[in-house]
Design a protein around this ligand. Structure first.
Ligand SMILES: *Cc1c(COP(=O)(O)O)cnc(C)c1O
Length: 369
């Protein structure tokens, strides 16, 4: 048996392909390549799904983060607190804005930004914004972070690139429905993926939404060019793909949840540290992270699983502060470094079969025998 990390064959089945091809034909013959009707349709439907007043499509998830920083008027040389475990883009957006990242350590059982670490950092650093990440699809503790940030007027940008389909732990509403700016990525491997790059932001604030619309289109508003923006429009073709894929999205996220439940059960008797079961309903299950005791054990276990044709991925091999271009920035990093040393991810997608899940669990058990 071979267990692949992703399964695009079933995700992009014949029915979806036909639907998308006919939309492509429609776009090609009508020459409507930018900001077309599928952009509008998608933005409206996506806002509904995420329970936000507005959703704005942009070119990719990294642009969404950079645009959020600009929309909140975070200035060059101002400090932004970021979770020390994430994809590189969470730090990159701060640096490309000219601002200064400060690392906030993580909860060692989840990889999510730790509110206690944030409090300690705030005693030393004047942060203008923080970027908690819904990493692996687990909801960051937004309710607690808001309590800390609101009394100090610190903006929150939620990196929801992996969080589409997830829910806040306390509020139980979808990621993206808060009063913060939330960013999404539709890179092909995410829970909702384009056939290339795309991203979005959600907000309840129509003034912020208008600013974002202006920024993404060269600073152009009804009165002409009113600020220095960028080109971060989403292609009509990608919007047409995303809009088509929305039909099955919720069903596929439910399928991920079911896979996660089965994994948690099948792996519970192994020495692996797993995500706590209190996250079953709130995670988007973008990825399925597991933790070993040591880095050596992690490397050997991955070798064992790969030798048995089970594809694994190192999300993330290093914490952000361990990446060469980020090494000289300040913050708290200790738990994040250990987390990166001991965490990896096993195959996760909506179409994993019971046989595949059993096979993975069996091979994990073999390793520890
Ligand atoms: C994928 C991802 C991004 C970047 O999205 P792109 O669309 O690739 O630019 C940002 N943050 C996190 C946590 C991601 O997983």
């Amino acid at each position: 048996m071979r267990v692949n990390f992703y399964n695009f064959e079933q995700l992009h089945n014949n029915e979806l392909q036909q639907k998308i091809l006919s939309r492509f034909e429609e776009i090609v013959t009508s020459n409507g390549f930018v900001e077309g009707k599928y952009n509008l349709s998608f933005e409206e439907r996506f806002a509904k799904i995420q329970q936000a007043k507005q959703a704005l499509l942009v070119a990719n998830g990294t642009d969404a983060l950079e645009i959020a920083l600009q929309a909140y008027d975070i200035k060059p040389n101002e400090k932004v607190g970021i979770a020390a475990i994430s994809f590189f883009a969470t730090a990159e957006c701060v640096l490309n804005r000219g601002s200064i990242p400060v690392f906030i350590d993580i909860d060692p059982s989840t990889g999510l930004m730790c509110p206690e670490s944030l409090k300690r950092i705030l005693a030393k650093h004047d942060l203008k914004a923080i970027i908690p990440v819904h990493i692996y699809g687990l909801p960051a503790p937004i309710e607690m972070l808001e309590k800390i940030c609101h009394e100090r007027d610190i903006k929150i940008i939620e990196d929801g690139a992996q969080g589409q389909g997830g829910f806040y732990q306390e509020r139980k509403t979808p990621i993206g429905s808060s009063n913060n700016l939330t960013t999404f990525s539709f890179y092909p491997t995410k829970n909702l993926g384009a056939f290339g790059d795309a991203g979005a932001l959600t907000t309840h604030d129509s003034e912020l939404a208008a600013t974002i619309r202006t920024i993404r289109n060269h600073g152009r508003s009804q009165e002409g060019h009113t600020l220095i923006g960028r080109n971060s429009r989403c292609d009509h073709l990608q919007a047409a793909v995303l809009d088509a894929k929305l039909d099955k999205l919720e069903e596929q996220n439910q399928m991920r949840k079911l896979v996660a439940k089965k994994y948690l059960e099948a792996l519970s008797s192994t020495p692996l540290e797993l995500v706590d079961s209190s996250y079953i309903d709130s995670s988007s299950w973008h990825l399925f992270p597991v933790r070993t005791k040591t880095k050596e054990e992690k490397i050997k276990l991955i070798e064992h699983l790969e030798a048995n044709n089970i594809q694994c991925r190192l999300f993330y091999e290093k914490s952000l502060p361990q990446e060469a271009p980020l090494k000289h920035f300040e913050g708290e990093v200790e738990k994040a470094n250990h987390f990166a040393d001991t965490t990896f991810t096993i195959p996760m997608h909506p179409f994993l079969t019971d046989d595949e899940i059993r096979f993975v669990a069996e091979k994990v058990k073999n390793f520890f025998k």
